[in-house]
Design a protein around this ligand. Structure first.
Ligand code: ZN
Length: 155
């Protein structure tokens, strides 16, 4: 495993749409492992492949309670609402208030290529929305209603 370099805001790659993963091969497995190590090292909640310079539809989330590997994820449904501060490893030290659904159900493939459905609430739902947006070249900054230099304790 290896720590990958995290691309920062301003890099073109973060505005590009990622490609569907057709073949979950050894390179993809290594990428998933590297992304997890990178996420832990950066002390983040989620990481999308374009953030490490790979334009593929892959993201991971590790909230401490939930660890989810998402290949070709799609949001199936969303309900409720939460408003809170959100950050991004590609924009370190800045936090913005974003309104997100409270509950999100996604479908995605795991590293064995199996499709599964996952329902996340609260922080996990927020992270699912945030990471899947990265795969379409969008960032949370487009949705921020208020900026902060610190993360609220409630998040
Ligand atoms: Zn992000």
């Amino acid at each position: 495993m290896a720590i990958r370099n995290i691309v920062k805001l301003g890099d073109d790659i973060l505005t590009k749409k990622c490609r569907h993963v057709d073949d979950i091969n050894e390179k993809i497995i290594t990428l998933l492992d590297d992304m997890h190590e990178t996420l832990i090292e950066a002390d983040g909640v989620g990481l999308a492949a374009p953030q490490v310079g790979i334009l593929k539809r892959i993201a991971i989330i590790d909230t401490g309670l939930d660890f989810i590997e998402l290949i070709n994820p799609e949001i199936l449904s969303a309900s409720g609402e939460q408003t809170g501060l959100e950050g991004c490893l590609s924009y370190p030290g800045k936090f913005g208030e974003v309104t997100r659904p409270m509950v999100v159900t996604v479908k995605a493939q795991n590293r064995r290529g199996e499709w599964y459905e996952y329902t996340g609430e609260g922080l996990t739902a927020r992270a699912l929305c945030h990471e899947i947006e990265h795969l379409d070249g969008h960032m949370f900054i487009e949705k921020v209603t208020r900026w902060s230099d610190e993360m609220d304790s409630e998040e």
